[in-house]
Design a protein around this ligand. Structure first.
Ligand code: KIV
Ligand code: ZN
Length: 526
């Protein structure tokens, strides 16, 4: 299958719509990124529009030549184009600007829709035809063997009633020397399929050596769809802009087209892994923020908040194709894929994933216990940041608000004695236990107060540095059982002994539900 030819129009179409169009230095920054991205064509400006645009176009053409001389592979092959109205002086100006590039191109255009001919150009159709042919012939004369000529019938998408006439024009324009015919949907008004059928008719009618290009504006939000589908009916050149910038609601977004084609198995020379960095750079220099929900590049598009989506995302997180993501985001250079955020809509999977990611290896069952607690808090507070979830987890799960509330332990080493102060079912108590060590003492205490537990295993560590607030503190994990059920009790403290005691008390709370006298796993709610 033929590879798509990505022709970037950020430095021309997008630039002309910026509140502050770029000067040469600013264009150079974006241009360098375009080369990194590996586009096949760059429309560097509209040289007749201003002295600044002429200068910047010329500088970029010279820069491309210098880079090609040094062996830059993209610079060696990239087409550098200047836009020109179908007027001799515009065509000349465009050529003067880009002629030193290794592959210069003149892109000339003239409106051909009934609405524009009648109301904007206000000239007879025969004159439109001849003007376009003359401009292309002149451009062909100028570029000679070194460059090529692109022609656009502006408002092609509006040329429904006079389509046959436009097609004849294009055939004559090809004879006059254009080798790329670009079909702009200058204002998006109708269905993508109407446009795509028109594109297909042009593909079928023109000689096979002519490149058919599409240039879709995004007035109704369907430019990507129109561009992608046009590729599948034979258009090869995709005129797109970085971040979808451009007049009104912009031009076709290059990233969306590239990723959609990639997902459909189309090979291309674009370096997709440069996309995310490119989008940030373009947003910075254009002063146009990226909408948080913008496909692929928006900050929020990798976040999952609903329980069902979080569950699917977690179950497929290590797979190439995720249940709720269009791509593995490393494809476009993003470092994260599925972010789980906790709100009142979220489920136990989010709690499980968030706690595990932050250094607390809880079981799904424990996460399920905490979820309703977090949900209630989130109904009041909205999204709970990870730090808040950890805070609630430590408060509810690790030790405190269960049936047993650990307060202090005094160690009397010379007597091998441990004095516990705690509350049981709301009543403050003190017990003195003789034992070899504090954990043994805590287990003996559990028997003495009628909540016996057995120790299965014990692990001592530190809170991971992901948990910023508590990083470095002692983390005890004690596996306890009673009546055939086992749980993990956790305790955190800057004092290892206190962490151990909190872990034992937390485990007892998880095994014995307050009030019911039954064995239970809840214990998270006070
Ligand atoms: O949108 C348009 O029609 C254009 C042409 C100059 C190609 O930008
Ligand atoms: Zn345009």
């Amino acid at each position: 299958m033929r590879k798509p030819f990505f022709y970037d129009i950020t430095l021309r179409d997008a630039n002309q719509a910026l509140a502050k169009p770029w000067n040469t230095d600013e264009k150079k920054i974006v241009f360098a990124q375009l080369l990194k991205l590996g586009v096949q064509g760059v429309e560097v400006g509209f040289p007749m529009a201003s002295e600044m645009d002429f200068e910047s176009s010329r500088e970029l053409a010279l820069l491309t030549a210098a880079l090609a001389d040094k062996g830059d592979k993209v610079a060696e092959v990239v087409s550098i184009a200047g836009l020109a109205r179908a007027k001799k002086e515009d065509v000349q100006r465009a050529w003067d600007a880009v002629k030193d590039a290794p592959h210069p191109r003149i892109h000339t255009f003239l409106a051909m829709s009934p609405l524009s001919i009648e109301n904007v150009l206000q000239i007879p159709p025969e004159k439109v035809r001849q003007t376009a042919i003359d401009a292309v012939s002149y451009a062909r004369e100028l570029v000679g063997d070194k460059g090529d000529v692109e022609f656009s019938p502006e408002h092609f998408g509006d040329s429904i009633e006079n389509f046959d006439w436009v097609l004849e024009n294009l055939q004559l324009i090809v004879k006059a020397g254009a080798t790329t015919i670009n079909l702009p949907n200058t204002v998006e008004r109708y269905r993508p399929m109407i446009l795509v059928e028109m594109v297909k008719k042009v593909v079928d009618a023109l000689p096979k050596n002519i490149t058919i290009s599409v240039h879709n504006h995004n007035d109704l939000g369907m430019a990507t769809a129109s561009t992608v589908e046009s590729y599948f009916v034979g258009a090869t050149q995709m005129e797109c802009a970085l971040n979808g910038l451009g007049e009104r609601s912009g031009n076709t977004n290059m990233y969306e087209v590239a990723v959609a084609l990639h997902n459909c198995g189309v090979e291309m020379d674009l370096k997709l892994e440069e996309i995310y960095e490119t989008s940030l750079l373009v947003s910075k220099w254009s002063n146009v923020p990226i909408y948080s929900k913008a496909p692929l590049i928006g900050l929020d598009v990798i976040a999952h908040r609903s329980g069902i989506h979080q569950d699917g995302a977690a179950k497929t997180k290590n797979m190439k194709k995720g249940a709720y993501r269009p791509i593995d985001y490393s494809l476009i250079g993003r470092s994260e894929n599925d972010i789980l955020e906790f709100t009142s809509q979220s489920g136990k999977t989010a709690v499980y994933e968030i706690l595990n990611k932050n250094g607390y290896p809880v079981e799904l069952e424990e996460a399920a216990e905490l979820q309703p607690v977090l949900k209630e808090i989130s109904e009041k507070e909205g999204t709970l940041p990870h730090s808040r979830i950890l805070e609630i987890f430590r408060e509810k799960c690790c030790n405190l608000n269960g049936r047993l509330v650990f307060q202090t332990i005094d160690v009397i080493p010379e007597e091998n004695r441990f004095v516990f102060r705690f509350r049981k079912d709301g009543v403050s108590q003190e017990e003195s236990i003789s034992a070899e060590g504090p954990i043994e003492a805590a287990l003996l205490l559990s028997r003495k107060i009628g909540l016996p537990v057995e120790l299965n295993s014990y692990k001592q560590g530190v809170v991971s540095d992901l948990d910023k607030m508590w990083a470095g503190r002692a983390l005890s994990e004690i596996n306890l059982s009673a009546n055939g059920k086992s749980v993990i009790g956790r305790g955190v403290s800057s004092d290892t002994l206190v962490a151990n005691m909190r872990a034992v008390f937390g485990g007892i709370n998880r095994l014995y539900r307050a009030g019911s006298g039954e064995l239970g796993v809840a214990g998270v709610k006070s």
